[in-house]
Design a binder for this molecule. Structure first.
Ligand code: PMP
Ligand code: GLN
Length: 382
């Protein structure tokens, strides 16, 4: 049998797979992997079911169902200040992760460097390596996980091909401010560096804050691939449908890769979303809805052995536990799953070198009863 010279020799199984498997083995409450435990938007589900029954079951165009791209363009023009063309600046993809991977494939050449801020969503680094690039990892500043822009600036070299940013941020819930985006825009001016902006949690922003999309910064957008996911907007992570917004010349190269990989995505959900997206109400309500869940969880965790950190967006809030344990985060996450039946994600899994500030990530995109029961169990330790 031939053996594979691994493209990812240092990569194991994703922490989400590991912790979800452990949770189900022990019948634990799963606050680990980020997905809702409540039903998706019922009206959208009905639209998708109807699209199948009505016979919308053949290929759509490679770039995506045009009315859906038009609805996205319309949504972008109502929320953000950059006008984008449905025809050649938006591509529908099988999820946000795929959009990010495809952007890397389109731009990276062997030896190119990509600046990644850690803790980082776990697909970025393997994506870069699999595409022949070299990740250059910079820590966010603990415990509020701000970007150290001086560190970013000083790690730019002639080999830097791209920077990837993620706001609202997984796993920490931090968000980039207007000043952050301006700093980035200034830093990249007069360079040939691309920006990949992971904005899958665009609507999950709390406490009256506003999402600072790269789509509000035309000069930045000119060098960007901005990636989104419908799974996070309509609580249907299993749909694996997303899109990439990029200027025409970048989209053309993105589509060259996409056309020979997925070619196009699942048709019925695109038909359903083309209509559904026209109503802004569900996505405008989402931030408040999820903020309430964050607050239910944080309230229920008061007085526990965890010191909860702040979360301004996403599905996630992190907590440190130095008052109750000095175990590494991975060890504690496994132990909590096995002993009290609550699965979480060790934030150390989002650093290439396993850097461990002793932090666990909790997903609060759950029913209130799930959050209260998980907090009750977490209160029992320490
Ligand atoms: N980026 C981040 C930061 C995420 O948390 C997720 C969610 N899983 C994705 C990208 C990808 O989303 P999708 O499931 O649409 O691939
Ligand atoms: N985005 C989700 C999380 O961070 C999970 C995605 C996945 O399982 N790959 O938990």
């Amino acid at each position: 049998m031939p053996t594979i010279n691994s493209k990812l020799p240092a990569t194991g199984t994703s922490i989400f797979t590991v912790m979800s498997a452990l949770a189900s083995q022990h019948g634990a409450i799963n606050l680990g992997q980020g997905f809702p435990d409540f039903h998706m938007d019922a009206e959208l589900a009905e639209r998708a079911a109807k699209a199948i029954v009505d016979g919308h079951n053949q290929y759509v165009p490679m770039a995506g169902y045009l009315p859906l791209r038009e609805s996205i363009a319309h949504k972008i023009s109502s929320l953000y200040s950059t006008a984008v063309a449905a025809s050649d600046e938006i591509t529908i993809t099988p999820g946000g992760t795929y959009a990010i991977y495809t952007a890397f494939t389109a731009i990276l050449e062997p030896g190119d460097e990509v600046i990644v801020m850690e803790p980082a969503y776990d697909s970025y680094v393997p994506n870069i390596i699999a595409n022949g690039g070299r990740p250059v990892c910079i820590p966010l500043i603990f415990p509020d996980y701000r970007v150290d822009w001086d560190a970013v600036r000083s790690s730019i070299t002639p080999k830097t091909k791209a920077i990837i940013v993620n706001s609202p941020h997984n796993p920490t819930g931090s968000v980039l401010s207007h000043e952050d985006l301006l700093t980035l825009e200034n830093m990249l001016r007069d360079t040939n560096i691309f920006l990949i902006s992971d904005e899958v949690y665009e609507h999950l922003v709390f406490d009256g804050k506003k999402h600072n999309s790269v789509l509000n910064y035309p000069e930045l957008f000119n060098r960007s691939f901005v990636c989104f996911s419908f799974g996070k907007v309509y609580n249907c992570t299993g749909w694996k449908l997303g899109y990439c917004v990029a200027p025409k010349a970048l989209t053309a190269e993105f589509r060259k890769i996409h056309q020979f990989n997925a070619f196009c995505c699942f048709t019925p959900t695109q038909i359903a979303l083309a209509e559904h997206l026209r109503n802004p109400e569900p996505y405008l309500r989402l931030g408040g809805f999820m903020q309430q869940k964050r607050d239910v969880f944080l309230n229920a965790m008061k007085g526990s052995g965890f010191d909860m950190l702040s979360s301004s967006g996403s599905y996630f809030v992190c907590g440190t536990y130095s008052r109750i344990s000095n175990k590494p985060a991975m060890e504690l996450a496994v132990e909590l799953t096995e002993t009290i039946g609550v699965a979480t994600i060790p934030v150390s899994a989002f650093y290439v070198d396993g850097h461990d500030d002793r932090v666990l990530r909790f997903c609060f995109a759950k029913k209130e009863e799930t959050l209260l029961e998980a907090a009750r169990r977490l209160q029992s330790i320490g």
